[in-house]
Write a protein that binds this ligand. Structure first.
Ligand code: AMP
Ligand code: GLY
Length: 416
């Protein structure tokens, strides 16, 4: 079978790597891909007609969608309407609202009894101001639409909340819809699984590190690293997550006929009152994927097929033992201004057990690898415990070089 993966990050390079291990996979194309992926095809991810034409030409039977935007724009529905045999793995446009609209997804959580923070949606700005006063500004404001992680404002006081609301309206328009929710305290965890619309099979719990600086300080980024599994997320905790979040979500998906066959991501906060769902994503996380796929023993193509067939309940999902750590190397200056086009060296020094998943890279004229984005490379190591996985990863990180490379020194070392 020939496959197309949509996207250009470390997540998509990891997907290419994993699909290439399936014995039934012949060719893997990546649209548009990066300097690490092999068969790159330049097509705009919103141009579904062009993607379809390409798939027909290359005899592609499966399209795996990496990022959320094409899902929210309805790529699954588009291909269904063509009545073609090409299958697109991911939720329908309606189901992708679980990620695409914060208001819709919170109402869904409320309707189906999914554990989450209290929230309010307002008829008027005056009503929102009143709620801000009432909560003393100790709250979270969320823009309703897709915002690449930038539409969430965690506030400590009234002044900050009012400023955030003003910023939200400047960034997303004066009519931008938003909600306000209770601020929660706890550790965040990513629970990611595959679903056929009835059953969900979970991969290892994972955590990402969103902030730029050690100690989870500094500005938010697209992700500075990740690790899995999470040692403190034990069986009783997982049991609560499944009962209070995953199973009610599955009930909702069935009840609403959402026809969700794809990856589902539960972004959770573990609070003193138990797990609370912050958000759904309708896709794999990045950088979580870069540790989750190496930690999955099962064949990815067979797993995807079981989702399409509706036979996921019978699929024997096998996960690897041990721990996996991903350190992201970024270009100096990221997430603000940074250089592109610097040569990366040291790939030949990397040990056999480590993996490199490219993100912001491209190939130069002589086949050399050049930086081409803010988050440049993911280096993934493993070990029998988290400490040895961290050490193994950082040993490899030091071998790769490019001008002004930066990485966090504490990935995997988050105090509990
Ligand atoms: P979201 O896109 O909803 O996951 O929000 C992005 C980030 O904002 C989360 O990863 C949290 O760090 C933070 N956040 C979101 N909702 C809350 C909340 N209710 N309480 C505290 N922090 C939150
Ligand atoms: N790692 C967070 C995300 O992919 O949204």
């Amino acid at each position: 079978m020939n496959i197309a993966i949509l996207g250009s990050g470390g997540r998509e390079h990891a997907l290419e790597w994993k699909f290439s291990q399936s014995k039934d996979v012949e060719q893997v194309f990546v649209v548009p891909g990066n300097g690490g992926t092999k068969n790159n095809v330049k097509i705009d991810l919103q141009d579904f007609t062009a993607i379809n034409e390409f798939c027909v030409k290359e005899n592609i039977e499966l399209v795996f969608v990496g990022p959320e935007a094409p899902l929210v724009s309805g790529i699954v529905d588009y291909f269904k309407k063509q009545n073609s045999s090409i299958k697109v793995f991911g939720p329908t446009q309606k189901a992708a609202k679980m990620e695409g609209s914060k208001i819709w997804s919170k109402q869904f959580m409320q309707k189906y009894g999914v554990s989450t923070a209290d929230f309010w949606v307002f008829e008027s700005l005056e009503a929102a101001y009143k709620k801000i006063e009432e909560l003393d500004g100790d709250l979270v404001i969320k823009y309703d639409g897709l915002a690449g992680g930038k539409g969430v404002y965690v506030c400590d006081n009234v002044e900050e909340a009012l400023q955030s609301l003003a910023e939200l309206h400047t960034n997303y328009g004066k009519d931008a819809e938003f909600l306000i929710e209770t601020k929660l305290i706890g550790q965040e965890i990513s629970i990611i699984g595959f679903t056929d619309g009835k059953t969900t099979k979970l991969l290892h719990p994972s955590q990402d590190h969103k902030q730029l600086l050690d100690g989870d300080k500094g500005p938010n980024t697209g992700g500075m690293g990740a690790f899995c599994p999470v040692p403190w997320c034990d069986a009783p905790m997982l049991h609560d997550i499944i009962n209070e979040v995953v199973l009610p979500t599955m009930d909702g998906i069935e009840a609403e006929n959402l026809d969700y066959k794809g990856v589902i991501y539960f972004g959770l906060m573990m609070t003193a009152e138990g797990p609370k769902l912050l958000e759904y994503n309708a896709r794999f996380g990045d950088p979580e994927t870069e540790v989750l796929l190496p930690s999955m023993k099962s064949d990815l193509l067979q797993l995807v097929k079981a989702c399409f067939d509706g036979s996921l309940a019978d699929f024997p999902l096998e996960l690897a033992d041990g721990y996996f750590v991903d350190v992201v190397l970024t270009a100096g200056g990221y997430p603000k201004k940074y250089e592109k086009g610097n040569e990366i060296t040291g790939f030949d020094q990397i040990g056999d057990k480590a993996l490199i998943f490219h993100a912001g890279t491209k190939r130069g004229e002589n086949g050399e690898i050049l930086t081409n984005g803010g988050r440049v490379l993911n280096i993934v190591g493993q070990g029998s415990d988290l400490k040895s996985a961290i050490e193994a990863t950082y040993r490899e990180v030091e071998k790769v070089q490019f001008e002004d490379a930066y990485y966090r020194k504490d990935i995997g070392n988050r105090p509990v």
